[in-house]
Design a protein around this ligand. Structure first.
Ligand code: PLP
Length: 356
């Protein structure tokens, strides 16, 4: 694989340490959220390393197809499908022993066709996406017979930004649980940002972002290490003259003579084009600014301050180089989005490789 130009290294030790840190803090078992190919980290690599850990109770994916891929890669623990169940998917749920999160009377009726009859029941306490309401409980009671309610859950939309809203959701969820009066194996509402809230009635947490080493808030109390680092290569080094304009549409004009490097990484690899003239990469421990528009496969960076940069040198897109570091959160902040979107936007051309 020496000929692969851009590689995303998946640091499995850091992943496992993050799980340990999260477990030590929450004291609750973890449903590892590995939807969207484990936020771009390769669900097969991530899940197979997590499955043997006793703190990992199971996995969450978005769709039946993702659950199927996880079983194909050898996963045997519980797989929860967050996006519910559609009629075309019943056979896959049965054959691969997937568990749906049901949030709708359609899912509920369809789940009666499952061999296991096992579901998790989701309530909407403020997200206004998936979930039954408190006011549905009467009707739910009549319809639930024949199903095994293994779990009851809800979801926080703003645990990272709105404490009052989140606390009200917790109260609403408790009201729901009291009225329901079921005794499910699992009760869960906390995501990565949600673990800082007191939810003594919940016995598992659903963790995505924090597993991968990014903090949901700047004051997050759990120490985490980044799991993915992305390296690419310099493919050309050249001089540009004062007044030259760089890349498509000439949005950068050199104020002096400069030395630039062309890096084999573009927006098709997942570097947001919004980082044009804004972001940087790291070469040999030095920050190198992005010059002009990022193109599909390449980006031009300033290496005027580097002595002996040459074709074939490593370039850090995300990760550490000597004492400098670029995180997904840094890239997200510069491109006006969240780290989640940058992570899962790293494309297939960037080959994932695990490192021990
Ligand atoms: C994605 C997702 C999570 C994980 O959220 P993080 O913020 O990444 O921890 C938990 N629960 C549900 C329902 C989700 O969709």
């Amino acid at each position: 694989m020496e000929f692969i130009r851009s590689v995303a290294y998946i640091n499995v030790e850091n992943l496992k340490e993050n799980v340990e840190s999260i477990f030590n803090y929450t004291k609750k078992k973890i449903f590892a959220v590995v939807k969207a190919d484990a936020y771009g980290h390769d669900a097969e690599i991530v899940s197979n390393h997590l499955e043997p850990l006793s703190s990992i109770e199971g996995f969450c994916v978005a769709t039946a197809y993702e659950g199927y891929l996880l079983r194909k890669s050898g996963i045997r623990k519980l797989i929860l499908v967050l996006g519910g169940i559609l009629k075309e998917e019943v056979d896959i749920f049965n054959e691969f022993n997937l568990t749906p999160v049901i949030s709708d009377f359609y899912h509920l009726e369809l789940s009666k066709k499952l061999k296991s009859k096992t579901v998790h029941l989701k309530f909407d306490t403020g997200m206004r996406r998936l979930g039954f309401y408190f006011s549905d409980i009467g009707k739910l009671r009549e319809k639930l017979s024949g199903l095994a309610i293994e779990g009851v859950l809800s979801h926080f939309p703003s645990a990272d930004t709105d404490k009052e809203y989140t606390k009200n959701q917790i109260k609403e969820f408790m009201k729901i649980l009291n009225l329901l009066n079921l005794k499910p194996n699992y009760i869960h509402i906390q995501n990565s940002a949600g673990v800082v809230y007191d939810c003594p009635f919940c016995n598992v947490v659903r963790i995505g972002l924090a597993l991968y080493g990014e903090k949901p808030t700047s004051d997050y109390p759990i120490h985490l290490n980044p799991v993915m680092s992305i390296l690419s290569k310099v493919i050309s080094v050249k001089k540009v003259k004062k007044g030259d304009r760089i890349s498509y549409n000439g949005t950068f004009q050199a104020l002096t003579d400069m030395k630039v490097a062309v890096v084999s990484f573009g927006y098709a690899d997942g570097l947001p084009r919004l980082l044009s003239n804004k972001g940087c990469v790291l070469i040999d421990g030095e920050k190198c600014s992005i010059l002009g528009n990022i193109t599909m496969d390449m980006v031009v960076v300033d290496v005027s301050h580097l002595k002996d940069v040459k074709v074939g040198d490593d370039v850090v897109i995300v990760g550490k180089s000597k004492d400098k570091q670029i995180t997904f959160t840094d890239i997200a902040n510069l491109s006006n989005t969240i780290s989640y979107e940058i992570m899962c936007g790293i494309s297939k051309r960037v080959v994932r490789k695990e490192v021990k």
